[in-house]
Ligand binder design. Structure first.
Ligand code: ADP
Ligand code: MG
Ligand code: MG
Length: 252
């Protein structure tokens, strides 16, 4: 069974401490949402989990099924089953979407176990159809000239094809109109399973109407300061974050 545990995680960027002791446990089958004001370290948390070189982890541990994630190189983390749909996906000229995905899938499957071209194309076509993506996106350079919404759909396409065990979605709802949001949410929901856990970072409760979380966490000043169920997201949407600060005696 999938178990992903973050314990006392601290991280700095350019010698400034952003994460100040994050604790979080995600089991297979669970959907966790993190909400929080801008600049509190949500994207930093996602990047630190994936091993982005800009962020230096200065304390704490991350394990996936008991294995030390912080010891793994970036590509090993992906192979181990960690996936991040980025807030700002990068454009890569010269590499088509299909090429990129096929090598990512094969890296995850390992040598001698590569996916056949036919099977790959069939799966990609099926996933793209579910996400209502134009088939031409298969042969476009990765994210180049994609609109904000197309980039987000493409991140979900990668998630569906890679079948990760821990999925992190960083503001997947930003820049999506309501129809695209529903399509993206349906893609995510189709991937919910007992052996897969989700961490959904969002500013808006609206997304959580379509992807129902089991747990909602509030992040402030580099820590998870409060956790609850879906009702917590509804209260944050209605009342903002001031009441949380007051309740916990947090100063700006
Ligand atoms: P959130 O995702 O919660 O809005 P971030 O994790 O993106 O917050 O940012 C947390 C803090 O780290 C902010 O103060 C931000 O300015 C700072 N930060 C993030 N990335 C960088 C960077 N590349 N260089 C310098 N500071 C950064
Ligand atoms: Mg932000
Ligand atoms: Mg962010």
């Amino acid at each position: 069974a999938t178990e992903f545990v973050i314990d006392g995680l601290r991280a700095t960027i350019e010698n400034k401490e952003i994460l100040k002791g994050v604790n979080l446990k995600i089991r297979g089958g669970e959907v966790h949402a993190i909400m929080g004001p801008n600049g509190t370290g949500k994207s930093t948390l996602a990047s630190a989990i994936m091993g982005h070189p800009k962020y230096e982890v200065t304390g704490g541990t991350i394990t996936l099924n008991g294995e030390d994630v912080l010891e793994m190189e970036v590509d090993e983390r992906a192979r181990a089953g960690l996936f991040l749909a980025m807030q700002y996906p990068s454009e890569i000229t010269g590499v088509t979407n299909a090429d990129f995905l096929r090598s990512a899938i094969n890296a995850r499957r390992g040598e001698g176990n590569e996916i056949s071209l036919i099977k790959f194309i069939r799966q990609m076509e099926k996933a793209m159809k579910e996400l209502e993506m134009n088939p031409e996106f298969m042969h476009r350079y990765l994210n180049e000239g994609f609109s904000g919404g197309e980039k987000k759909r493409n991140e979900i396409l990668q998630m569906m094809m890679l079948e990760p065990s821990i999925v992190i979605l960083d503001e997947i709802d930003s820049g999506l109109d309501i129809d695209a949001l529903k399509i993206v949410a349906a893609g995510v929901n189709s991937m919910r399973s007992e052996d897969r856990g989700f961490l959904i970072i969002t500013h808006y409760q609206r997304l959580l109407n379509y992807i129902k979380p089991d747990y909602v966490h509030v992040m402030m000043q580099g820590r998870i300061v409060k956790s609850g169920g879906p009702e917590l997201a509804e209260r944050l949407e209605a009342e903002g974050y001031d009441w949380v600060k007051e309740e916990l005696g947090i100063e700006d």
